[in-house]
Design a protein around this ligand. Structure first.
Ligand code: CAA
Length: 257
């Protein structure tokens, strides 16, 4: 499929998706959403792919939802069109997606990065929820996901003042998993994705599902869910292979990748 607002490359078992609206700093409009959903769903269904990396440009991962697309909309337009509800489909992708963020990840850009499974940031990354400066609030999950990720105090600070946090602060408060030099960002993210892709795919997908479940349920239910999923992995030959390889002091050769 030919895309206009993203580019897509396959690197081994990893799908690399790059947001590509440079003139608008990768602002997220309806076309970006539909192309991103098409690309991630295609990779999700592709047996040759086990993980994805989503990145932007050196200057911007994404500077937010497209303000110019929203600016003249009425409440009726927003309500009937249920703007941004389509992004929920992105969170239903089952294979892991790493966000590789350089430059601005603002508003919807920060929210999209948080919809991915983890964030690797370049030392140039800047995160923020500046919607308050536009007379609105986050609409793609910022008030909910950011609060769960970094706690109430910092989420309030970000959403109420609209200030940006740099990569070091984002790592300190747990928004990103690691910070790397800007020039190494995509390679580091691809390396992490390749590592994930070398493991048993059902185990990887179940690990993603189990961690995500912790945001949706109580600790007791989450622990029960984890245990059931853990038990179910003993139905796969990859569990036998992984544990045999450990005992035999050799590298595992997982079949379900
Ligand atoms: N929507 C639409 N266009 C955008 C955009 C956005 N979110 N962000 C940047 N652009 C466009 C600019 O309008 C500009 O286009 P023109 O050349 O046609 O004027 C182009 O991208 C380059 O931007 P700047 O000239 O502003 O670049 P800069 O380097 O001076 O500033 C910036 C960079 C600080 C990121 C600045 O562009 C900015 O503040 N952008 C808006 C950030 C923002 O408010 N994001 C939240 C959007 S609302 C939202 O996301 C709601 C939600 O929760 C889903």
């Amino acid at each position: 499929m030919a895309y206009e607002t993203i580019t897509v490359e396959t690197r081994g078992r990893v799908g690399l998706i790059t947001l590509n609206r440079p003139k608008a700093l990768n602002a997220l409009n309806g076309q970006v959403l539909s192309e991103l959903l098409a690309a991630t769903k295609a990779y999700d269904a592709d047996p040759e792919i086990s993980a994805m990396v989503l990145t932007g440009s050196e200057k911007a991962f994404a500077a937010g939802a497209d303000i110019k697309e929203m600016q003249s909309k009425s409440y009726l337009d927003m309500y009937l069109g249920d703007l941004f509800s389509g992004w929920e489909e992105f969170t239903r992708i089952r294979k892991p997606i790493i966000a590789a963020v350089a430059g601005y990840a603002l508003g919807g850009g920060c929210e999209l990065a948080m919809m991915c499974d983890f964030i690797i940031a370049a030392d140039t990354a800047k995160f923020g929820q500046p919607e308050i400066t536009l007379g609105v609030i986050p609409g793609m999950g910022g008030s909910q996901r950011l609060t769960r990720f970094v706690g109430k105090s910092k989420a309030m600070d970000m959403c109420l003042t609209g200030r940006m946090m740099d990569a070091a602060e984002a790592e300190r408060c747990g928004l990103v998993s690691r910070v790397v030099p800007a020039g190494e960002l995509v390679d580091e993210a691809l390396k992490a994705a390749e590592k994930i892709a070398s493991f048993s795919l059902p185990a990887v997908m179940m690990a993603k599902e189990a961690v995500n479940r912790s945001y949706e349920t109580t600790l007791a239910e989450g622990l029960r869910f984890e245990r059931r999923v853990f038990h179910s992995l003993f139905a796969f030959e990859d569990q036998k292979e992984g544990m045999a390889a450990f005992s035999e002091k050799r590298k595992p050769d997982f079949r379900n990748r």
